[in-house]
Design a protein around this ligand. Structure first.
Ligand code: ADP
Ligand code: MG
Length: 288
C-alpha cells in the first residue's frame, strides 16, 4: 500500500505547477545533492534576438539573413525562430531541399542548388570551412555556401527572471552542487554561470556529450545521493532519461522531453526545482 502522505505530495506539487509522474520520484528528489541545468530554454528564455549580422565574401547583410532564414525555416530550434523573426519575409518551402538538422551543430540544406550550412563554430570545423576568428560576443550562427564562408549572425538570449533565485534557493537548501551543461560556447557559458552563481559548467557539448557529463556526475554524487537534470528537451531528451530525476520544462519543452521526464514543470520556471525538492522533503516528514 502507498502511504497517504505521498498522495498529498504529488497532489500538492501539481497544484503548484509541478507534475510528478509517480510518488517514487519524490523519494528520489529527496536524496538529490546535485542539480544540473541545461542552458537554452531552461535558465534562459530561449527567445533569441538577432543583434548583429556580419557578411563577407561578396554577401551583404540582407542576403545573409535571407539565406539563414531559408535554411532555418524547417527547424523548431529557438535559434531558428529568432532568425525567421528577424527576416520577417515569406519563404517558399520548396526552395529548401535535402534539409538535415545536426543536433547540437546546426543545419545543412540545399538552397537554389547551393549547399548551405548554418551553425556552430564546431560545424564549420567539421566541414573544413575556414573563417576569421570572430570575437565571441554572443551565440553565433556561422553561414557557409558551397564550402565558402559567408559570414555570421550574432543572437542574444535573456536569463529567465527567476534563474538567479532558482540557484540561490538550492544553495540555501544545502543542495551541494549546481551545474550547467550547454551546447553553446564557453564565453556565454562562463558569463551565465558567474551571473547566476552556478558552481560548475561545461560548454560546447554535443547531445551525447551531455549524457557523458551526466554519467560523470552520477558516478561522483555519492552512494546515497541523486542527480537531477532539468532541460527544455530540445536536444536533451537523452540526458533527461539518464538522470536519477529527469525534469522537463512543460511549456517550452519538446513532446519527447515531456514524455521522457519524471517531473514536468508546467510554468517553465527554474525555481520550481527547489520548490519540488522542498515538497519532497516535507512529504517525507509527513510519511515517516
Ligand atoms: P543548449 O545546450 O544551450 O540548449 P543546443 O544543444 O540546442 O544548446 O545547441 C547547441 C549549439 O548548436 C547552439 O548554440 C548552436 O551553435 C548550434 N545549433 C543547434 N541548432 C541550431 C540551429 N537550428 N541553427 C543554428 N545553430 C544551431
Ligand atoms: Mg536547451
Amino acid at each position: 500500500s502507498i502511504p497517504l502522505g505521498y498522495f498529498g505530495g504529488v497532489g500538492g506539487a501539481a497544484r503548484r505547477g509541478i507534475l510528478v509522474k509517480g510518488s517514487t520520484f519524490l523519494d528520489t528528489l529527496n536524496a538529490v545533492n546535485t542539480v544540473v541545468f541545461d542552458k537554452t530554454g531552461t535558465l534562459t528564455k530561449g527567445v533569441f534576438k538577432v543583434v548583429k549580422i556580419v557578411a563577407v565574401n561578396g554577401y551583404n547583410e540582407t542576403e545573409l539573413l535571407q539565406l539563414a532564414a531559408k535554411v532555418e525555416s524547417h527547424s523548431n530550434h529557438p535559434i531558428a525562430q529568432s532568425i525567421l523573426k528577424a527576416y520577417g519575409g515569406k519563404i517558399d518551402e520548396f526552395e529548401v531541399r535535402d534539409y538535415e538538422e545536426i543536433a547540437g551543430y546546426g543545419i545543412r540544406a540545399k538552397v537554389e542548388n547551393r549547399v548551405v550550412i548554418a551553425g556552430s563554430d564546431r560545424l564549420l570545423h567539421t566541414e573544413n570551412i575556414a573563417h576569421d576568428n570572430c570575437q565571441l560576443e554572443g551565440t553565433v550562427v556561422h553561414l557557409a555556401v558551397d564550402n565558402i564562408y559567408a559570414g555570421y549572425i550574432v543572437i542574444a538570449d535573456e536569463l529567465k527572471e527567476d534563474a538567479r533565485h532558482a540557484i540561490q534557493a538550492l544553495k540555501r537548501m544545502s543542495v551541494e552542487r549546481t551545474v550547467m551543461l550547454t551546447g553553446d560556447n564557453q564565453a556565454i557559458a562562463s558569463q551565465i554561470a558567474k551571473q547566476l552563481g552556478i558552481d560548475a559548467y561545461e560548454a560546447d557539448l554535443l547531445p551525447e556529450e551531455k549524457v557523458n557529463a551526466i554519467e560523470k556526475l552520477l558516478s561522483t554524487a555519492g552512494k546515497h545521493s541523486k542527480v537531477a537534470f532539468v532541460g527544455d528537451g530540445i536536444n536533451d531528451a537523452p540526458v533527461i532519461a539518464r538522470a536519477d530525476v529527469g525534469m522537463a520544462m512543460g511549456g517550452l519543452g519538446s513532446d519527447a522531453a515531456i514524455e521522457t521526464a519524471d517531473i514536468v514543470i508546467m510554468t517553465d520556471a527554474p525555481s520550481k526545482v527547489a520548490e519540488a525538492i522542498q515538497i519532497a522533503r516535507k512529504t517525507r516528514q509527513i510519511v515517516w
